[in-house]
Ligand binder design. Sequence first.
Ligand code: AMP
Length: 205
Amino acid sequence: MPDELPPCRRTTWAEAEGWADRVAEAIVRADRVPQTLVALTRGGWVPARLLADRLGLKRLLALRAQHWGVTARPSGRAELTEGLSGPVKGETVLVLDDITDTGESLELATRHVAEAGASRVESAAFLHIAHSKFQPDYYAEVIPRDRWVWVVFPWNYWEDLAALGRRAIERSGTVDGARELLRSTCHLDVPAEDLARALGRPRER
Ligand code: AMP
């Protein structure tokens, strides 16, 4: 179970481009370019857009899964909380997320897409944690189970920093103390102005 202030790995847009290249190459090599991409809301959106660009795909649908509450706080079992944004009957589909951790979100989503009548369903994640009970067909990088981290994706930076920063302030009492705690405990070395900006950000709804 992840700690309230978990070890983190901050990742960059350049890394994300590299993951997208690797996943796209694997799909092309396997001759499995789908007709439709289904992006899990919200983690799969940016990955899906990067992949659509590389694979020449125009049909991109959303499916909302909720599992983790705010930054590394699990909120019970994964659930699909909003249905597919369009039909997939008879389509070859790739379901996409940024990372598989427990794997529950992607497992539920692929089952749902199959039940909605897709003719073929495959799945991909940029990163795959080895303890996940669901293994995507394509992924760019594996994180070993004993090296679990909360991955701070560039598309989740402000949200993660706000959540972790608030928890760090509760413990340390000051913004400077919180910044030091993020550095020593979460391995997140962030500029003071970023932390101040994140703390002033509206809370998640
Ligand atoms: P899961 O159902 O446990 O495979 O997790 C699904 C979603 O939770 C992913 O799409 C991520 O957005 C988020 N998530 C879970 N674990 C992590 C992690 N270790 N680092 C960053 N995001 C995560």
